[in-house]
Write a protein that binds this ligand. Structure first.
Ligand code: SAH
Length: 353
C-alpha cells in the first residue's frame, strides 16, 4: 500500500483517533495512549510505542502516517540563535518554519500555507504567490519537528507565532484546529496565551475570531494609517479598508478583553516619519493595544529599505507621547533569510523516492 494514502495522524482530533482505534478493535484507552505518545513523549514512529504490544505497533503503522515531511535544508544563523528548516510536502510543495532562541524562551514561527495569496509587496512569501493551504496536521507537524529537536537539548517550545508563510485567516479552520490540538491539555498542552496569530486584516475572519473568545493573541499587520498608502503596500486593503478593519479590531478587544497588537514594518521615507506615527496614534486611539515595529527586512522584489535605528526610536517615542505602548522588534536570522517576510522557497524539489 502507498504510505501516502494513509491519514496523517496529526490531522485528527482526539475524538477521531478514538473512533479509528475503535474501528480497528482497540479499547478507548489506546487512543489516549497514542495521543500521549505523540504529543507528550514526542514519538514520531509506531516502533517508539514501547507500551503497545508488537501487533498493535504494526497495526497503527498500517493505519496512520506519522510524518508527511521530507526534511530539507536546515540553516542556522551566525549568532546560532535562529534556525530555519525547509520541509518538502508529499505533493512537491515546500514550506519553511523558524525557531528563535531567547534566554528563557524558544519561539517557533510556523506556516499555514505554501506561498500566500495576499500579495503584500514587501513580503517574499507574497512575491512567490499562493500554492496551497496546509492541513491542520501539516501545521502541527512543524511544531512537533522542533519540539523533538529541542527535547534533545532538554528544552521545550514555549511560544508559537503564526507568522510564517501564508495568511492564517485565509486558512482559518485548519489553523484553529492545529491550535486546538497543540493547546489540548491531554496533548501538547501549550497554553492558549502562548500563541499569536498574525493576520493581514481579513475582517470577516477577525469578527469570527472575536466571537470565539479565545485566549490566543491576535496581531494585525497594519503598516500604514491611511488607505492610499496601505492599499499600495497591502492590496487586501482595497477589499477591507481601514474604515472596516479598525472597528473590527476595536470589537475584538471589547469582546475578548484582550489587548491587540499592531505590527508595523518601518520603511525608510515611506511610513516611518513622525507624522506617520501621529496619524497612527489618531487611528488607533482608545483601542487597548500595543504597537510592534520592525525595520523592514530586504526581499528580492521590493525596493524599499528598512528604517535606521534612530528613526525607529523616534517613531516609537512619538507613539509613547500619545500614550500608545510601542516596542521595537529586533531583526532575527537575516543572514539566513529567516526574518519577517523573508520566507520563500528557492530550493529545488527533493529527489524522487
Ligand atoms: N499573513 C500574516 C502573517 C505572515 S507575515 C500577516 O500578514 O500578518 C508576518 C509579519 O511580517 C507581518 O506583520 C508582515 O506584514 C511582516 N512582514 C512581511 N514582509 C516583511 C518584511 N520584508 N520585513 C519586515 N516585516 C515583514
Amino acid at each position: 500500500m502507498n504510505k501516502n494514502s494513509l491519514p496523517l495522524v496529526y490531522d485528527q482530533s482526539q475524538q477521531q483517533v478514538a473512533e479509528t482505534m475503535k474501528a480497528i478493535g482497540q479499547p478507548a484507552y489506546r487512543a489516549k495512549q497514542l495521543w500521549q505518545g505523540i504529543y507528550q513523549n514526542l514519538w514520531s514512529n509506531p516502533s517508539d510505542f514501547s507500551n503497545f504490544p508488537a501487533g498493535l505497533r504494526d497495526q497503527i503503522g498500517s493505519t496512520y502516517r506519522f510524518g508527511s515531511f521530507t526534511i530539507g535544508t536546515r540553516q542556522v544563523s551566525r549568532d546560532q540563535q535562529t534556525v530555519k528548516t525547509l520541509f518538502h510536502l508529499p505533493d512537491g510543495k515546500a514550506i519553511e518554519a523558524v525557531l528563535m532562541r531567547y534566554e528563557h524562551r524558544q519561539t517557533l514561527c510556523i506556516s499555514t500555507q505554501a506561498g500566500c495569496a495576499m500579495n503584500c509587496v514587501f513580503c517574499a512569501t507574497g512575491q512567490m504567490g499562493f500554492k496551497r493551504h496546509l492541513t491542520s496536521g501539516e501545521i502541527v507537524e512543524q511544531v512537533l519537528y522542533y519540539a523533538r529537536l529541542l527535547k534533545e537539548e532538554g528544552k521545550e517550545v514555549t511560544n508559537i507565532v503564526i507568522m510564517g508563510m501564508g495568511e492564517p485567516f485565509h486558512n482559518y479552520n485548519a489553523t484553529l484546529e492545529a491550535i486546538d490540538r497543540l493547546n489540548d491539555p491531554d496533548g501538547f498542552n501549550l497554553g492558549a496565551r502562548r500563541f499569536t496569530i498574525s493576520t493581514v486584516g481579513l475582517v470577516p475572519a477577525i469578527q469570527r475570531f472575536s466571537n470565539e473568545k479565545r485566549q490566543v493573541n491576535l496581531a494585525i499587520s497594519l503598516h500604514a494609517a491611511n488607505d492610499d498608502l496601505r492599499s499600495s503596500l497591502l492590496p487586501i486593503n482595497k477589499t477591507y479598508p481601514l474604515s472596516e478593519l479598525i472597528p473590527a479590531c476595536r470589537e475584538y478587544v471589547e469582546k475578548t478583553g484582550r489587548r491587540i497588537t499592531f505590527e508595523w514594518a518601518l520603511i525608510n521615507g515611506v511610513n516611518d516619519r513622525i507624522e506617520d506615527a501621529s496619524q497612527l496614534a489618531r487611528l488607533i486611539r482608545g483601542i487597548i493595544c500595543h504597537v510592534n515595529v520592525i525595520s523592514l527586512n530586504p526581499t528580492r522584489a521590493y525596493q524599499g529599505v528598512g528604517s535606521s535605528a534612530e528613526n525607529a526610536r523616534a517613531f516609537c517615542d512619538e507613539l509613547t507621547k500619545h500614550h500608545i505602548p510601542c516596542t521595537i522588534r529586533l531583526r532575527r536570522g537575516i543572514d539566513i533569510q529567516a526574518g519577517c517576510g523573508q520566507l520563500a522557497i528557492k530550493a529545488p524539489p527533493p529527489p524522487m523516492l
